[in-house]
Structures are given as C-alpha cells and as structure tokens.
Design a protein around this ligand. Structure first.
Ligand code: F6R
Length: 600
C-alpha cells in the first residue's frame, strides 16, 4: 500500500523515478508525485490519478540526479493533489515520501505543531514538519530525523530530501517494506525490487527501526541509537521480462495463463534428486510436533487456506483451523497445547497477517509463512518459509498466487503424511501434472468464458456462486474475484445454506454460478440449483467430466477430486475478467484497492 522510490547518482532521476513508480502502481494508484533536486532547488510535481497523469505535468526541462517518488493509496485524507506525496516542510527545505500509517500523528500535531499551518490532511506531513522544527532548534538533519523517528508510533518507510544537503537521501523503515538498491556511482531506494530491477539487481534489506544515509557512493545503515550496521547485499532473482505485460492487454490475463507453467515450476522446485516431492525436514518436523495447525490469512489467501485445511486434515491427518487475520488478532480462539501457525500471504507484507505473527511470536509459538516473496516481512519474521515460485503477481486481483498456494499446501500435506507413515492414496506429482494439463485446456477455452460473462453478467446487479464441500471454497474465491474487478455484488454460498435466508434475494434472472465437481455432493448441489431456478434464477452450472449433466454450461476436464479447486477456479477467474472488461472496468487496478495491504 503506497510505493516509494528514490535515486541518487548521475543520471536523469525523473525518468528512473517515473519508471519505478509505474512498477509500483499495484501498491496504490489514487495520486502520485516526485521531487527532484538539482544544484538550484527541489522541484515537486504531484497529481491526483495515475502515474500516467503525473507524467503529463512533470517539467521535462529540469534535469536532476537526485529524487524521491511516491504512488498513493489514501489512508489519511482523500485522494487529491494536496494530500499526494511528497510533502514539504513549512520553509520548503525538507521533502518527504512515506508509506505506512503514523498512529500518533494527531497527538504529535497537538504537542509540537500547533503553530504550523498544515497543507494536507495526511499523517505524513506531521513527520516532515517535525524534522524542520528540530532542525530549527539546532539539530543537524540526521539528528532531527532520528529524534522524529523516536517519536513516531506506527509503520513507515520514508525517503527524505534536504535542500541544503544535495548529496544525501535520508531513509528509514519500520513495519513497511523498503530496500536499498546498489549501483555503480548511484544508489536507489524502493518498496519492492521490481521498481528498480531495470537499474540494479543488488539489494540490501532493511530491518525495522533502522535508518540509512544514502549517497551516490555509499550506503550507511544505522540503528535508531546511531550504531552502524553492516549488511551484505543479495541478488534479486527477478527477470525484467517477468514484470512486463508482453503482448497481453492486462496483467491479470497474463497471470491466469501462467498458471499451468507455475504448477510445473512448483513441482520442479519441490522435487528432490530422486524425483520425489519433498519439503524441508525442519518444516515437516514442526508440523509433526504440532497438535493443531492455525492457518491465518486474508482475502484470496484465506480462501486458499480453506482448501489447504482439507489437505492437511485429509492427507496428513492434522487438525487444522483457518482464520481471517484481521479478526484473529483481536478475537483469539482458545489455542491447543502445541499449535503451529501457518501464514499464507502472496506478498508477505500484509499488515493484518503480520499483526498476528507478531502476537504469536510474543506468545512463543512457531510459525511457517507460505509466500511468493522471499525476504518479505512475514517470511523473515516466521521460523520457516515455503515459497510459491509463482513469479511476480502484478494484477491487483490474485490468480496464480491462489493456485500456487493450494499446490504448495498439497505438497506440504503430502510430505508430512509420508513422514508420519501415512501412505498417500495417490501419486501427487502425477495428479498435479494432470491438473497442469487441465489448466492449459481451460486457458485455451477463453471464448467460452467470455460468452458466459456476456450471457450472465453484462447487465446484472448481483450474482451468486454456490458449491458444496470444497466447491464452496472455490465459490467464495470466484465471488471475491468477480466483485473486486467488475463491481458486481457477488457472494459465495454453501449450496445448502441459501434456503436459510439468502434465497430471498433470488429474483427473475439472478445469475447463480454453481460449481459441481464433487461426486458425493453432486446430486445435492443440483438440487440447490433447482431450488433457485424455480424462483427465477438464471443458473450456470460448471461441472467436471464424469459428473456432467445435459443442463451444464461448461464441463471442466477431470482431475482428482481433492484438486478440483486448482482447475475449477480458472473459469471463475476468466468469467470475472471478461465481466470486468465488458463493463469497462480497470481490470488490473480496480477502484479503492491496492495489492500489498500494508495497513491494518
Ligand atoms: C484478492 C486479493 C486479496 C489478497 C489479500 C491478502 O484478489 O488479492 O484478497 O489475497 O489482500 O494478500 P496477501 O496474500 O498478499 O497477504
């Protein structure tokens, strides 16, 4: 949520900053800005809207080799030019970009800034005004920055320019992600390596409560107690091609299409030299020793967790609960004696999940993070990590990460079962291979799903997804995908639950997408379809080969019944994609959302 970049070196900073911000737009896109510093002055350009809008107002004649930039997802103050970053201090000497939330900003305002006329409604402006106040009281910039950081409660990734210290960007981090990129004769800062991979692949991670003095030649990391910290850089394994759309009109479509390939990459990544799927033995050991697993996640990752619970209980026979992170931290269930926490997070940065991780670590419990981003906060702070190997997911609506999460959970369950001496009833590599092939067939059948979107969703106000058993979980995910990108009111329901109230919403023509991939509930879900049809609904049954009936709108290729979510979700992703397209919605950047949700 919100992305920041910075460059200090010898090239034209504005292009590097704007290109970097375009790569970070997934983190927020309601307004954006850059500040560039040349020998004469600091020039600030800010605009409501997208980076493309910002580009139009940046003065191309100004050349500067230092700058910072920001793309915003509003928390404090509406999206507007005034509230867009960078923010400047009263005299204009200091210029700041910020990702995060300062929880005590009102209190700081009252205590220190009663005489300072603020120009925005943001929490960020408080930081930059405080720095100036402390400098006016006699501190140098670094000391004033440090003093301010000591006062802040909340999360921040900060980039600060001082008009009188042209050769430095001051940087700090707490809870919000931030990396320093190293170059030859230049250095950069970025919320995500993706933003700067075009200029360097050498990055240094920052830990919470660290500040950094960045010049074009040197990067000095310090604790807030002014002790220097040595940290070696790492090479970001990101292919610049992975973050381009290529010939696709949208990242979402590209990422849907990548799912068969991701599935094969996961199989490869978890296969040992003997061709067996394995997981780090310490992780399996931790699962073995636990008497109960607590999966914690948000949104799509939570939906993957629901499927994962089935695998961990059915395949590995370990009792498992799944919890929404934002609820768990304030409403904790009675825990078992030896719990193991499993965090599922594509980004590894989700603040709601992190709040739970911090709490369970305080309580002394072990945690495993399943994430797409190596070195992300949730990965660093948990005891163990399993990677998704899905490649960067850029569209705000998660697709390939969901199927990758489910696949990795199946591998984890399978490996744990084997170690526990439970003989799996199937060869997982073989089954996942069948899934990859089925995914390919579905990705090649886009026309069908475009037609379904046209027939059912062109003008509708709402839509229901129903399923039973594991199909119910896929219905939840299908509904989330549809509502987040097409803005159609969509809800997922357990087929049997509708008649307990929700069926009152069924009217003439209400679309009901029913998933029927499970033999043991095939008749009952079809019964539920009859109930809604009798009340005027327009049913669209998506079933699986072997269970089909003549009324079905689409039949997906047969896969093992445990792994149907991996394939049944693809029609729902594509239907959502085309529905959004037909309704002229911004598929990759839906309104009000951002990809990496780093505020609680
Ligand atoms: C929906 C979506 C979100 C995320 C959720 C958690 O398409 O992407 O619901 O799944 O915000 O994000 P991560 O997985 O990064 O923790």
């Amino acid at each position: 949520m919100c992305g920041i970049v910075g460059y200090i070196g010898f090239k034209d900073a504005k292009e590097i900053l704007l290109n970097g911000l375009e790569k970070l737009e997934y983190r927020g896109y309601d307004s954006a800005g850059i500040a560039i510093r040349n020998e004469k002055d600091v020039h600030v350009f800010k605009e409501k809207g997208r980076i493309a809008d910002l580009r139009k107002i940046v003065d191309t004649h100004i050349n500067a080799a230092t700058g910072i930039g920001h793309t915003r997802w509003a928390t404090h103050g509406v999206p507007s030019t005034e509230n867009a970053h960078p923010h400047q201090s009263l005299s204009g000497r200091f210029t700041l970009v910020h990702n995060g939330v300062i929880e005590n900003y009102e209190q700081l305002k009252k205590e220190y800034l009663l005489d300072v006329p603020l120009k925005s409604d943001t929490d960020t402006e408080v930081i930059v005004q405080l720095i100036e106040i402390f400098v006016n009281e006699g501190l140098d910039t670094e000391a004033a920055f440090r003093k301010t950081l000591h006062l802040l409660k909340g999360s921040y990734a900060l980039g600060l320019l001082d008009k009188e210290k042209a050769e430095t960007i001051f940087v700090a981090k707490n809870k919000s992600p931030l990396l320093i990129g190293l170059g030859n004769g230049f250095n950069v800062i970025a919320s995500d390596a993706m933003a700067m991979i075009q200029v360097t692949d050498q990055f240094v991670e920052l830990m919470d409560k660290e500040m950094v003095i960045v010049t074009k030649e040197k990067v000095t990391i310090k604790s807030l107690n002014d002790e220097e910290i040595e940290r070696a850089p790492y090479t970001a394994e990101l292919d610049a091609g992975d973050i381009e759309k290529g010939t696709y009109p949208h990242y979402m479509l590209k990422e849907i299409d990548e799912q068969p390939l991701v599935m094969r990459k996961i199989i490869q990544a978890y296969q040992n030299d003997q061709g067996k799927l394995t997981v780090d033995e310490n992780i399996v050991q931790a699962l073995q020793e636990a008497d109960r697993l607590y999966i914690v996640a948000c949104g799509t990752s939570y939906h993957a967790g629901l499927v994962g619970k089935q695998y961990l209980e059915t395949i590995a026979k370990i009792p498992t609960e799944v919890h929404v992170a934002s609820e768990f931290v304030y409403n904790m269930p009675l825990l078992s004696e030896k719990p193991l926490f499993v965090f599922i997070s594509q980004s590894g940065e989700t603040a709601d999940s992190r709040a739970v991780l911090v709490k369970v670590k305080e309580l002394g419990y072990q945690a495993l993070t399943i994430t797409n981003v190596q070195g992300s906060t949730l990965s660093r702070e948990a005891d163990y990590t399993l990677l998704l190997h899905a490649g960067p997911e850029i569209a705000v609506a998660s697709t390939k990460a969901y199927t990758a999460q489910i696949s990795v959970l199946s591998i984890l369950a399978n490996a744990t079962a084997e170690t526990r001496g439970i003989k799996p009833e199937f060869d997982l590599i073989h089954e996942l291979g069948i899934v990859a092939n089925a995914m390919e067939v579905l990705c090649d059948t886009k026309d069908e799903f475009e037609q379904i979107a046209r027939d059912y969703l062109s003008t509708t106000r709402n839509c229901f997804f129903i399923g039973r058993s594991i199909d119910y979980y896929v219905g939840l995910e299908g509904a989330l995908k549809l509502k987040e990108i097409s803005y159609i009111q969509a809800e997922g329901f357990a087929g049997g639950e509708l008649k307990h109230g929700t069926i009152a919403l069924i009217e003439e023509g209400t679309p009901v997408i029913a998933l029927a991939t499970q033999e043991n509930v095939n008749l009952s879900i079809r019964g539920n379809v009859k109930e809604v049809t009798a009340r005027g609904a327009n049913p669209c049954i998506i079933s699986m080969k072997g269970l089909e009936s003549e009324d079905d709108r689409f039949v997906i290729p047969a896969v093992h019944e445990l792994f149907t979510p991996l394939v049944a979700v693809i029609p729902t992703q594509l239907i959502a994609y085309y529905a959004a397209l037909h309704r002229d919605c911004d598929v990759d950047k839906p309104r009000n959302l951002a990809k990496s949700v780093t505020v609680e």
